[in-house]
Design a protein around this ligand. Structure first.
Ligand SMILES: [Zn+2]
Length: 166
């Protein structure tokens, strides 16, 4: 038997409420399982602590007084959700800091991006194409590390990657 089948039975084992067969299974498992033995020890300790805790007697009219207090408690209004919605939607004065921050974010978001990649010059030799591709790779990698470098090479020197046409 594994731990997940033994653990729910530990409490009954402690109370001697298991059948002889089940108790034997639990004892066999406990003999070779440290975590379950530890759990049983902790359970036994907890039961002892609870048994030793001081008890106090309730007054005979405890339940009646409890019910009276529950009945006297204010009942939440059925229109409470409308008041909550009003509270949520009420106009609030925007702080100067918040307004400034919102303006800065809006400006940063809507300013057009400057082009970071320049098109390679058309009349260049192979060495210039390689230099342009390398430069573009660096720019692309810096602007977006996930950008595919092969795409940068292709856009820097499309003639080198195009299929020969005859
Ligand atoms: Zn176990």
């Amino acid at each position: 038997m594994n731990c997940s089948r033994i653990e729910p039975k530990l409490s009954e084992y402690l109370n001697e409420a298991l059948s002889a067969r089940e108790a034997l299974d639990v004892e066999k498992h406990l003999a070779e399982c440290h975590p379950c033995t530890l759990a049983l020890t902790e359970l036994r300790h907890t039961v002892r602590l609870v048994a030793a805790a001081p008890r106090f007697e309730l007054s005979p009219d405890f339940m009646q007084r409890l019910q009276e207090r529950i009945d006297a408690a204010p009942v939440p209004s059925r229109l409470g959700w409308v008041q909550n919605l009003r509270q949520l939607l009420r106009p609030r004065p925007l702080s100067l800091f918040g307004a400034t921050a919102a303006c800065v974010v809006a400006v940063v978001m809507f300013v057009p991006r400057l082009p970071m990649v320049q098109a390679p010059p058309q009349e260049l030799g192979a060495a210039a194409h390689v230099a342009a591709a390398a430069s573009q790779n660096v720019v692309l990698t810096a602007s977006d590390p996930l950008e595919d470098i092969a795409v940068a090479n292709l856009s820097a020197n499309p003639a080198a990657y195009s299929e020969p046409t005859e």
